[in-house]
Design a protein around this ligand. Structure first.
Ligand code: 2AM
Length: 167
């Protein structure tokens, strides 16, 4: 199983992101656009894992209170184009807690620095134009363990479990 830990997005966030994708498409950008239902914010990427249970146990150790995130700006890693998030200490802390919980249980994950982004297009053509994102925000009240499978028409992400914020 290919697993990652992510924040699932609210409808308002998705709407703003799809709006940006459509605008890019209308401007002639081509590439693999992330399907609306697949838009997410990755906190940790685990890759191939034989058994999800230890990961679910690690996730259950993560304790956090709800906080807000908001879209801000766009950027790219080469031909991968993404939407960014307003700087948030709570978000950084949550990613650190998730990664710490994995490390505590000796569950391997990609140790690349957390760089909060929501992938909009892979293999994007041309250069990223200046584009204003529609303002959108949401309350983060859960973190999900996701399984990624290659479907006939693109990736299929399935939630295997989640930890809820404590109020
Ligand atoms: P992304 O965060 O840039 O979109 C599932 O593959 C998710 O895990 C995607 O969101 C993907 O990229 C993210 N991810 C993070 N590190 C990855 C890696 N080393 N390989 C594949 N996906 C990775």
């Amino acid at each position: 199983m290919r697993l990652f830990i992510a924040i699932r997005l609210s409808d308002e966030m998705r709407d703003a992101l799809v709006h940006a994708q459509n605008e890019l498409y209308d401007r002639g950008v081509r590439g693999r656009f992330t399907a609306e239902e697949n838009l997410h914010l990755t906190l940790a990427f685990l890759g191939e894992v034989p058994d999800a249970q230890p990961v679910l146990d690690a996730l259950a150790d993560v304790s956090f209170t709800p906080f807000e995130i908001a879209l801000e700006g766009m950027g790219c890693f080469g031909d991968l184009w993404w939407a960014g998030l307003k700087e948030s200490e709570a978000l950084e802390l949550l990613a650190r807690k998730v990664r710490h919980a994995l490390a505590e249980r000796e569950i391997p994950f990609d140790r690349k620095r957390f760089s909060p982004h929501i992938t909009l297009i892979r293999n994007a053509s041309g250069k990223l134009p200046g584009l204003q994102l529609r303002p959108a925000s949401m309350t983060v009240s859960a973190v999900s363990l996701m399984r990624s499978d290659r479907g006939k028409h693109g990736m299929i992400y399935t939630e295997l479990g989640a930890v809820e914020a404590r109020r």
